[in-house]
Design a protein around this ligand. Structure first.
Ligand SMILES: [Zn+2]
Length: 193
């Protein structure tokens, strides 16, 4: 009984890891992050950040294609190898595909939507226009909201999701945290001011 359960868990964890490969690895390459302040410092709201949100969105959806790997190996394992491992892989990757597709149809949001990129673009535009919060407007994304470092005004009340920067808490702890949160912000947004 325990052996079956452990094999099922191994399959499930493997599938969970494989489907997170795009978000966990690709954006964290050194060359991809030279234009950003190191994690967990605030990120300047500019075109690099907006592009990064769209890249994270692409990697999030790429996870669906990576779900094919545990689906195929899970099927092979069910057919020729360990049935519990195969079942574990199928359960997790099947659930991921189902939940992402239904969330997409229902219009629910993952952390890196096009709407978010557009709202950041608006903040950026405003900080460069005549409506800017102060003369030396400098919007940065802090953990809980986008704020101007000069006047301290809250410009966008959205907590910062994972932006794919190498984690300051180290690879292992950072990865465990990302596997648990799936990149969602770990703080709630602030109350409206
Ligand atoms: Zn300001």
């Amino acid at each position: 009984m325990w052996a079956i359960l452990i094999e099922f868990l191994v399959g499930a964890i493997l599938a969970h890891l494989i489907t997170r490969i795009p978000l966990l690895t690709f954006p964290r390459l050194r060359a991809w992050n030279v234009q950003f302040a190191p994690h967990p410092e605030p990120v300047y709201v500019g075109s690099h950040l907006i592009q990064r949100i769209l890249h994270m969105r692409a990697f999030y959806w790429l996870g669906l294609f990576f779900a094919l790997i545990p689906l195929v190996f899970g099927w092979l394992s069910l057919a020729y190898g360990s049935a519990p491992i195969g079942f574990g892989m199928w359960t997790v990757s099947g659930w991921l595909v189902l939940s992402r597709v239904t969330a997409f149809i229902a219009g629910e949001e993952h952390p890196w939507t096009k709407q978010l990129a557009m709202r950041l673009q608006l903040v950026k535009n405003e900080s460069e226009s005549d409506d800017q919060c102060c003369t030396f407007s400098n919007p940065v994304w802090e953990i809980s909201a986008v704020r101007c470092t000069t006047c301290g005004k809250n410009l966008l009340n959205i907590p910062r999701p994972d932006l794919g920067r190498p984690r300051s808490d180290g690879w292992i702890r950072g990865f465990v945290r990302l596997l648990l949160t799936d990149g969602q912000p770990i703080v709630a947004s602030e109350e409206e001011e």
